[in-house]
Ligand binder design. Structure first.
Ligand code: ADP
Length: 427
């Protein structure tokens, strides 16, 4: 490992089955290209000879199955090659899933439903991405489901969602942000409202079930589900809830013996569910709380401005009377232990509360619901997000940024108490 300074072009030779692990520098992007051989980034093959630009702070690996030469231009925080990786075991999993997809297609039945579980920073998102990209490369359109409300890769933090993956995932852009199916939870940890989280997971699964029923192609391709790194206590319960709700039949456990044996134990009377233990890659980079917080902030910024500042959000003005703002749940639930004996917790976690528009909404991100009636808000997915930039109490006008111009698809907006770890300096 070592950092480099001058922005001269350097060549790196990769032996077969080895990878170049890179953390792009904090201030400037890195250019990289494949010169000879073949190589992939998290399951997506690199085009030969073409320079790709990776944004600051990105952490990734270039893996070569048969050897390759790579050129780098720019500074890195670290870059080093490693020849010990779990890639063979990962691609073996892919091969098994591939067999199941083919059988599902032949018998018009259901393909594999894979869920990836493990502690924070065990490489769950990365493995999900590889499995999806490898499947897409072979012509499948698997569905990616992201249940990680903290560092998920679908749209902004605080959401769960799903999207079909039709092409290997772009190594720079990642999963496209404009995606079809998103549910807004509004917090970055499920403990704020566990019941609401479960309700949304259920809604998402039912919606996918309906889509699968009418689409044999995506049914056979199956799903890959990424989860949160919270695996203790309520986090563990939520994993079981997800496995059950999505009818998963393959559970991939990354880097944790204990979790694996617990899951094997509890799922032993479900013979159609395979629990597979996989090694964590030595390349997975741990990210501390501050980094995660920053990453969430950047993600929200990216939603409005694009990865390379290449989008320009539209500033729009609406009358208070044109919008109807709601909050879901009455704040965090009081633990039973904090209540007088015999008392029931009052706040219904999935209760809808109408919110008056005032300056408290300034600098908040609001979700735009697809609901047609207030009663539909909880069960509806969201169309997108707006960011409130001004509230004019006198004139009763609200100014907001949206990714595109034009009227909002619905007047119903959902607000959160928490700012999603969002830093208004980003705007
Ligand atoms: P999790 O989803 O379990 O929290 P991630 O898959 O997001 O973990 O991995 C954490 C970080 O490590 C990400 O920034 C990812 O790009 C990086 N990473 C994963 N595998 C490698 C690797 N082999 N080499 C370099 N970086 C990696």
């Amino acid at each position: 490992a070592g950092s480099t300074s001058a922005s001269t072009i350097r060549q790196v030779k990769l032996d077969r089955e080895s990878e170049l692990r890179i953390e792009v520098g904090y201030d400037s992007p890195l250019r990289l290209r494949l010169v000879t051989g073949t190589a992939e980034i998290f399951g997506t093959e690199l085009p030969p000879e073409i320079w790709l630009t990776f944004p600051p702070r990105l952490k990734f690996a270039v893996f070569a199955w048969y050897g390759a030469t790579i050129e780098l231009d720019g500074t890195t925080e670290t870059d080093y090659t490693a020849d010990e990786t779990p890639m063979i075991s990962y691609v073996n999993v892919h091969a098994i899933l591939e067999g199941r997809r083919n059988r599902a297609k032949a018998s018009s039945s259901e393909g594999p439903r894979v869920i990836v579980v493990g502690p924070t920073d065990s490489g769950k998102s990365t493995l999900s991405r590889m499995l999806l990209s490898w499947a897409a490369k072979q012509g499948w359109k698997p569905t990616f489901v992201d249940l990680d409300i903290g560092q998920g890769s679908i749209t902004i933090p605080g959401c769960i969602g799903a999207t079909p993956i039709e092409m290997p995932i772009d190594p720079v852009e990642g999963i496209p942000l404009e995606i079809p199916l998103v549910y807004f939870y509004g917090h970055t940890t499920p403990s704020n409202n566990v019941d609401l989280y479960k309700v949304l997971v259920k809604e998402l699964s039912q919606m996918l079930e309906r889509q699968f029923a009418g689409n044999a192609e995506s049914r056979a391709a199956g799903m890959v589900i990424n989860t949160m790194g919270w695996i203790e206590g309520v986090g563990y319960e939520l994993l079981l809830h997800a496995i059950d709700t999505f009818n998963c039949n393959v559970v991939l456990v990354l880097g944790q013996e204990k979790l694996c044996s617990m899951l094997r134990d509890v799922l032993r009377n479900k013979p159609n569910v395979d629990v597979v233990k996989l090694q964590k890659s030595g390349g997975v980079v741990s990210r501390n709380a501050k980094f995660r917080q920053k990453a969430r902030s950047y993600r929200i910024r990216e939603y409005f401005y694009g990865l390379a500042n290449d989008l320009s959000p539209h500033s729009n003005i609406a009358n208070f009377s044109d919008l109807s703002v709601y909050r879901i749940g009455g704040g965090p639930q009081a633990p039973r232990s904090a209540l007088p004996i015999g008392a029931e917790p009052a706040a219904d976690p999935t209760r809808l509360v109408h919110v008056n528009i005032n300056r408290d909404l300034l600098h908040l991100v609001l979700a735009v619901s697809f609901a047609k009636e207030p009663e539909e808000i909880i069960s509806s997915n969201v169309a997108g997000f707006i960011y409130v930039t001004d509230i004019d109490i006198q004139r009763k006008k609200i100014t907001y940024l949206a990714p595109s111009a034009g009227e909002l698809p619905s007047k119903f907006l959902i607000v959160v108490c928490e700012a999603l770890g969002f830093d208004s300096k980003c705007f």
